[in-house]
Design a protein around this ligand. Structure first.
Ligand SMILES: Nc1ncnc2c1ncn2[C@@H]1O[C@H](COP(=O)(O)OP(=O)(O)OP(=O)(O)O)[C@@H](O)[C@H]1O
Length: 252
């Protein structure tokens, strides 16, 4: 169980502020969506959480601990991160790419079984022996997702994990993230699909120009006024039993 506290975080990219004065909490047992327009700072926030980008100001706490004081090897065990776009440089078999997710744990006796189980979770067992350089975009994404899940990290960070997936695999994946959260993990995902975010997430962080414009439950954040103002579109959310259909209408 890992509570992540973000305090007045700023992240710079090439001297430009990409995230500014952002405070929030990511709770164990919850699925948090980070949403916002292109360039709003979603990836920069996730990279700071993953330890890929250092905070320019503020701090991250994992539980009671300052995250920057946690040794890299331990942080790698705590936190699994799927970047937005990642092309494999080597022609590994899919199962070997997934096994990289177990590296922070050293020698794992049940390595093979865990790799196959992670591939099964993303419906990619049949791809286990395929070279990753020969997979379709969506197949590769699923194999990368298996690598994200295989280590059972307490904090799971996915940057647009559903991009490139067909609708069946999008739903399957979101269900899987939901289960990860329900089993006590802290899950944070950057998502462009507001319908998926509304349906599966407990909490939404809405970013605009590097700042946190709103946070709360999907019902609180996904209002036509707020989303319309931030994205510059008119839109509707049609709620039924706590589930929303998101309908973008026109560019404002
Ligand atoms: N590698 C980089 N070098 C310099 N500036 C960058 C880099 N990556 C992103 N930025 C800038 O940082 C700001 C935040 O970008 P970021 O990628 O975090 O946004 P995002 O919300 O994830 O966008 P998208 O939805 O397009 O993925 C933007 O102004 C962007 O131009």
């Amino acid at each position: 169980m890992l509570l992540v506290t973000v305090r007045e975080l700023a992240v710079d990219r090439h001297g430009q502020r990409a995230v500014d004065n952002l405070s929030c909490r990511l709770h164990p047992g919850e699925l948090t969506a980070v949403v916002g327009p292109n360039g709003a700072g979603k990836s920069s926030l996730l990279q700071a959480l993953a330890g890929v980008l250092p905070p320019a100001r503020g701090r991250l706490e994992f539980g009671e601990q300052d995250a920057s004081a946690i040794p890299a090897a331990r942080r790698a065990q705590l936190c699994a991160y799927l970047p937005q776009a990642e092309m494999p440089a080597w022609s590994l078999a899919a199962r070997d790419l997934v096994a990289l997710g177990l590296l922070p744990w050293g020698k794992t006796p049940d390595r093979n079984a865990r790799v196959l189980d992670a591939l099964r979770q993303v419906d990619a067992l049949g791809l286990a022996n395929r070279p990753v350089t020969q997979l379709s975009g969506g197949e590769l994404r699923r194999v990368q997702l298996a690598r994200l899940l295989v280590g059972n990290a307490a904090l799971i960070i996915g940057d647009e994990p559903t991009a490139a997936l067909d609708i069946r695999h999008q739903l399957q994946l979101m269900q899987n993230f939901r289960q990860q959260a329900d089993s006590g993990r802290t899950v944070v995902l950057a998502l462009h699909d507001l319908g998926l975010a509304a349906r599966y997430c407990d909490r939404v962080l809405l970013l605009e120009a590097g700042c946190l414009r709103a946070s709360g439950s999907p019902l609180e954040v996904f209002t036509p006024d707020l989303i319309g103002a931030v994205y510059g579109v008119s839109c509707e959310f049609r709620w039924r039993d706590g589930v929303a259909d998101f309908v973008p209408l026109e560019v404002l």
